[in-house]
Write a protein that binds this ligand. Structure first.
Ligand code: SF4
Ligand code: SF4
Length: 165
């Protein structure tokens, strides 16, 4: 599961504040499970942004929300196209892959990231995700007894104190 945290509201507000109509797009899969960018979080962020924009005296930016099943899959992004045509900018609450997929699909519309993608992990206890994989591209779990040396060694060392023969 990809784990992400939402950026702070003022950071997102400052990215979008010069646009007239902004569509917040949530993602209904990984980031829904980690409570960062699903439908509920997208609605909450939309309200927070509208309030934050008002507080800085911005009356010209409209923020609306929607959520699609997966931002990394063409079929779901294609269905979003008619909606995107009504907006000047998108703020994605998908992981980095989702943000880039939207940016590739809608090259004439600026796409901003609403989340900070952290890692791939598993749920340890309610609301606590353990980092298990950083997607290093050269998986060494076979040499390390199934323990990731990148994410689970504080020094990220590959010269290991022991090794499976
Ligand atoms: S865009 Fe990212 S968060 Fe959304 S489903 Fe795809 S991998 Fe998961
Ligand atoms: S070594 Fe660790 S970071 Fe690299 S692919 Fe394997 S699990 Fe992921």
């Amino acid at each position: 599961m990809i784990v992400a945290d939402r950026k702070h509201v003022p950071e997102i507000r400052d990215m979008i504040k010069n646009h007239r109509r902004v569509l917040l797009v949530g993602c209904g899969t990984c980031v829904t499970v980690c409570l960062a960018g699903g439908e509920r979080e997208t609605g909450i962020l939309g309200s927070a942004l509208r309030m934050s924009l008002k507080l800085i005296g911005n009356r010209g930016t409209t923020v609306d929300e929607c959520t699609i099943e997966r931002q990394c899959e063409d079929a779901f992004i294609d269905a979003l196209a008619p909606r995107v045509a009504e907006y000047d900018a998108i703020c994605s609450l998908g992981c980095g892959a989702g943000v880039q997929a939207l940016a590739e699909h809608f090259p004439n519309t600026p796409v901003y990231p609403g989340l900070n993608t952290q890692f791939m992990g598993i749920l340890q206890s309610q609301g606590v995700w353990a980092e298990k994989c950083a997607g290093c591209g050269n998986c060494r779990l076979g040499e390390f007894a199934g323990i990731c040396p990148i994410t689970r060694c504080a020094k990220r060392q590959l010269n290991r104190p022991w090794r499976i023969a």
